[in-house]
Design a protein around this ligand. Structure first.
Ligand SMILES: Cc1cc2nc3c(=O)[nH]c(=O)nc-3n(C[C@H](O)[C@H](O)[C@H](O)COP(=O)(O)OP(=O)(O)OC[C@H]3O[C@@H](n4cnc5c(N)ncnc54)[C@H](O)[C@@H]3O)c2cc1C
Length: 451
C-alpha cells in the first residue's frame, strides 16, 4: 500500500514485548530525511522505536506505525559540554559505543542496549540509580518534534517547556521525536565492580537500598518470591561502583554488538518453560551465580548498564503466551505492607514469580511519568488467567497503599487504575488535546487509557 507521503506502508502483525497485545496494522519505515521535512498526511499514527515496550505503545489495530529505525546517526557532538545530538532511532548500545570511546556514558539507561533513544524519551525511562540521576528527561537538553499540524518544533526546558515535559514521558502522543540533544557524564573508567550482599527479608533489602542509592553508582535488589514458604523475599542487594584505577583490568573492554531482541523472537517457543518448579530452579541458579559477586566482580561498564544482554533467554522461556510484569512505586512506609499482601496472596493461590526486583526512587510526581518517592518493585510471572487475577489484586492493594503503576510495563493496566493513581492524568489529556485537537497520535496504550 502506498501512502500520500510516498513511503510504502506494509501490513504488519505487531505484538507487545510481554505478548499481551497482538494487532494487525501498517508499518511505514522511511529512510530519507525529507520524509520529516515534507508534508506529512494526517493519517492517525504513532512512532515506533525498537518495539520493545511491554505495553502496546507503538502500534494500534488498523493504525499506522512509523518506524525510526533507519534514523540512527550521531549528528553532532559538543566536546566541551559532552552534549551529543542523535537521531532518535539510534539504539542505546550504538550510542554507548560512541560515548565510551570518549570516556562518557549516559547514567540513565534501561536494561537492554537494543532499546532506542526515542523510546527512552517517550516513556521517560529510569536506570539503575533513579534517586541520584532521576529519569531520562534529566539528560535531555532539547528534542526536535515533528507533527503534521505543527510542522517541526524545537523543544527544551526553556523553550516551550510545557510541551517539552508533555513529550518526554508522553508515550509518543505529541508527535514524532526525530532528534535529541543528550547530556552525557564522564565515566571515570569503563569498569564497574558489582557486589552482591545477601539479606534475609524484603524489608531488610529495602532498607539496604536506601544506603546503596546514596553511595553506589548502580543499585537494585533481587528477591526470591518463587515460593511462599520459608525464605520468601530474601535475596541480594546488587551494587555497582566504578572501580579504582588500581583494581581495573589493564585493557579496555571490547564492545561487540548488543544481542538482537524483539517481541517476535521472544515469543518463538510454543509453550512456556516456566512453572512453579522450574521457577524455583531458576532462582536457585541465580543465587548460585551471585557467589562470584559476593566478594566483588569487575565487569565492563556496558555489562553493568545492560545486564539483560546475558540473560535474555529468560524472556524466551515464557514462550508464545508471554509474561506479565507488575511494577509499582510504593511509598516507603507501605512497601513492606505491600510485600506482606503479596505473600498472603501467594500462600493462598501459588503462582510462579519468576523475578522480583526493587529500586529506590525519589522525585515528585508529574503528569504520567513513572516517578515519585518510594520503593519501585517489579514482579514477573507467566501470562494467564491466574496472573491476571493476581494483577487485579495488586491493582487494588497498590491503590489502597498510595502507589503508582508503571504504564509502559503493563499491557493490560486499566484506565480506572491509572486515573486513581495519577492525579494529573486529566491534565495530561487536556494538554494533549490543547496541542493536538484532532488527536492524530494513537496507540493501543492511548486507546486503552483514553488519552
Ligand atoms: C529487556 C528490557 C529491559 C528494560 N529495562 C527497563 C528499565 O530498566 N527501566 C525502564 O524504565 N524501562 C525498561 N524497559 C522498558 C523500555 O525502556 C521502554 O519500554 C522503552 O520505551 C522501549 O523503547 P523502544 O525503543 O523499544 O520503543 P517502542 O516500544 O517502540 O516505543 C515505546 C514508546 O515510545 C514511543 N516512541 C518511540 N520512538 C519514538 C520517537 N522517535 N518519537 C516519538 N515517540 C517515540 C512510542 O510511540 C511508544 O509510545 C525495559 C525493556 C526491556 C525489553
Amino acid at each position: 500500500m502506498q501512502s500520500r507521503d510516498g513511503v510504502p506502508q506494509a501490513v504488519h502483525d505487531f505484538v507487545s514485548f510481554d505478548g499481551g497485545v497482538r494487532a494487525r496494522g501498517y508499518l511505514q519505515q522511511p529512510d530519507r530525511y525529507r520524509f520529516w521535512r515534507g508534508v506529512i498526511d494526517e493519517t492517525p499514527r504513532i512512532s515506533r522505536g525498537a518495539g520493545l515496550s511491554y505495553a502496546g505503545a507503538s502500534f494500534l489495530a488498523d493504525g499506522l506505525s512509523v518506524s525510526h529505525r533507519w534514523f540512527d546517526r550521531v549528528l553532532d557532538f559538543d566536546t566541551g559540554r559532552s552534549v551529543v545530538e542523535v537521531e532518535t532511532g539510534i539504539t542505546l548500545y550504538a550510542l554507548h559505543r560512541f560515548l565510551s570511546a570518549r570516556g562518557l556514558y549516559l547514567p540513565v539507561q534501561p536494561g537492554h542496549g537494543r532499546i532506542s533513544v526515542g523510546g527512552c524519551i517517550a516513556a521517560d525511562v529510569h536506570g539503575k540509580n533513579q534517586t541520584r540521576d532521576g529519569t531520562f528527561i534529566n539528560q535531555v537538553e532539547e528534542v526536535t518534534l515533528v507533527h503534521p499540524a505543527h510542522g517541526t518544533l524545537q523543544l527544551s526546558p526553556q523553550r516551550d517547556g510545557e510541551l517539552f515535559r508533555l513529550t518526554c514521558g508522553g508515550y509518543g502522543l505529541t508527535g514524532h521525536i526525530v532528534r535529541a540533544r543528550l547530556r552525557a557524564c564522564a565515566a571515570p573508567i569503563p569498569w564497574v565492580e558489582i557486589r552482591a550482599a545477601p539479606f534475609s527479608s524484603a524489608e531488610q533489602g529495602f532498607n539496604c537500598l536506601r544506603e546503596a542509592a546514596r553511595n553506589a553508582d548502580f543499585s537494585y535488589t533481587w528477591h526470591d518470591m518463587s515460593t511462599a514458604g520459608a525464605g520468601f523475599g530474601e535475596g541480594f542487594l546488587i551494587q555497582g561502583t566504578f572501580v579504582s584505577q588500581d583494581r581495573a583490568p589493564a585493557t579496555t573492554p571490547g564492545l561487540s554488538e548488543a544481542p538482537v531482541l524483539s517481541a517476535d523472537g521472544r515469543a518463538r517457543l510454543p509453550v512456556s518453560l516456566l512453572n512453579r518448579l522450574s521457577t524455583r530452579m531458576l532462582n536457585f541458579f541465580y543465587r548460585w551465580q551471585q557467589r562470584f559477586a559476593r566478594n566483588g566482580e569487575v565487569v565492563a561498564l556496558a555489562d553493568a548498564l545492560f545486564p539483560t544482554h546475558k540473560a535474555q533467554a529468560y524472556f524466551q522461556f515464557f514462550g508464545a503466551a508471554g509474561f506479565r510484569e507488575y511494577q509499582a512505586i510504593l511509598p516507603h512506609a507501605a512497601a513492606t505492607n505491600y510485600v506482606d499482601a503479596i505473600h498472603g496472596y501467594l500462600r493462598e493461590k501459588p503462582l510462579p514469580i519468576t523475578l522480583s526486583s526493587a529500586k529506590f526512587f525519589a522525585g515528585s510526581r508529574d503528569l504520567l511519568r513513572y516517578t515519585g518517592d518510594g520503593i519501585s518493585l517489579a514482579l514477573n510471572m507467566p501470562a494467564g488467567a491466574d496472573a491476571d487475577m493476581f494483577m487485579a489484586f495488586l491493582d487494588q492493594r497498590m491503590i489502597e497503599l498510595g502507589g503508582i503503576p508503571n504504564i509502559i510495563k503493563d499491557s493490560r493496566l486499566p484506565r480506572a487504575v491509572v486515573d486513581v493513581c495519577y492525579p494529573e492524568a486529566d491534565r495530561f489529556r487536556e494538554a494533549l488535546r490543547a496541542f493536538d485537537s484532532k488527536r492524530l497520535f494513537r496507540s493501543d496504550l492511548s486507546e486503552r487509557l483514553k488519552l
